[in-house]
Design a protein around this ligand. Structure first.
Ligand code: G3H
Ligand code: 13P
Ligand code: ZN
Length: 328
């Protein structure tokens, strides 16, 4: 059944686990997530970016989710708007039947100019007022995502601020976060604590201190009832990069967020963990390998099947690693 995000995250908080939120754009990704959730008895958060809605078309996306809910009636599913850039985008998602929306007011509607605090409070409050009367949950964002290694916002991915930033800009301020949660009444808050979107997060192998764990602890201490969200949480598995390179792909050396660090973050209040890149890598690796090893094949079902299986494997792993399994 379709449920609100608040419901799932409250249960996760009471029981000390995290829930991966996977981005979806097409049929095979939706199926992979549902099969993984079914196998591990996990609740589901599927999210669609503006790009996903544009790629698939609203009607198709809506029907895919409806089919997922109908095919797995025993699994609670949240359909979430990822990175809504304006109250209008959130309104559109709610009208489409989403049960949760993100109003990302950390940036202006262009998606790259850092917004001032009052703007963020204003647009987020507008969305909460509109959403809560309909039982829809709201995620806000405070701070600008970017790597503490490069001190750059992650604008290459189209979701971040431009240019070099200061450490303070790249970390959510705990005091401001408390004020923000109180004034907006959001259900969940995306925080900047060292992660960034996309495959190119870190150029060196992380050694246990990639995330600003102390900052997470401090934010959690001041906002005990607002669920914390970590964007840019793909782990960028090295074995997938190796397959992509072996079968003709061109990807530079890169590292993601180690699963152990995410597990540590979950201990300190992180409940929703956004993952898109790992599924992209898994599907691309499988398709590259299949086509290279079977050059005469041309039926899309034949290469989409291993791609779907590879995506499912990532989902099963994260449901187990984050403690989501067994909580559907
Ligand atoms: O937050 C970003 C997600 O990875 C979605 O990416 O805008 O390319 O669909 P996208
Ligand atoms: P990744 O690029 O690390 O998968 O992050 C996805 C995300 O945060 C979507 O909002
Ligand atoms: Zn994101």
């Amino acid at each position: 059944a379709l449920v609100s995000m608040r419901q799932l995250l409250d249960h996760a908080a009471e029981n000390g686990y995290g829930i991966p939120a996977f981005n979806v754009n097409n049929l095979e990704q939706v199926q992979a997530i549902m099969e993984a959730a079914d196998e591990t008895d996990s609740p589901v958060i599927m999210q669609a970016s503006a790009g996903a809605r544009k790629y698939a078309g609203e009607g198709f996306l809506k029907a895919l989710i409806a089919a997922a809910v109908e095919s797995y009636p025993h699994i609670p599913v949240v359909m979430h708007q990822d990175h809504g850039q304006s109250p209008d985008v959130c309104k559109g998602a709610i009208a489409m039947g989403f049960s949760s929306v993100m109003m990302d007011g950390s940036l202006l509607a262009d998606g790259k100019t850092i917004a001032d605090y009052d703007y963020n409070v204003d647009v987020t409050t507008q969305v909460v007022k509109m959403a809560h009367v309909q039982g829809i949950s709201v995620e806000g964002e405070l701070g600008c995502l970017g790597s503490l290694e490069t001190m750059k916002g992650d604008k290459e991915d189209g979701h971040g601020a431009e240019g070099t930033m200061t450490r303070e800009q790249l970390l959510t301020d705990p005091e401001q976060a408390a004020d923000f949660a109180k004034r907006t009444q959001i259900d969940a808050l995306a925080i900047a604590i060292g992660t960034s979107h996309g495959a190119y997060k870190f150029s060196r192998k992380p050694s246990g201190d990639i995330l600003a764990i102390d900052r997470i602890k401090e934010i959690h201490r001041r906002l005990p009832t607002t669920h914390l969200v970590m964007h840019g949480s793909s782990s960028v598995p090295q074995d997938l990069l190796a397959i992509i390179r072996e079968f003709g792909g061109d990807m530079k050396e890169t590292y993601g967020v180690p699963v152990e660090e995410i597990q540590e973050a979950i201990k300190h209040g992180v409940r929703k963990i956004n993952i898109d890149t790992d599924i992209r890598l898994a599907m691309t690796a499988a398709i590259r390998q299949f086509l290279a090893e079977n050059p005469s094949k041309f039926d899309p079902r034949e290469y989409l099947k291993p791609a779907r299986a590879a995506a499912k494997k990532i989902c099963v792993e994260r449901y187990n690693q984050f403690g989501t399994a067994g909580n559907a």
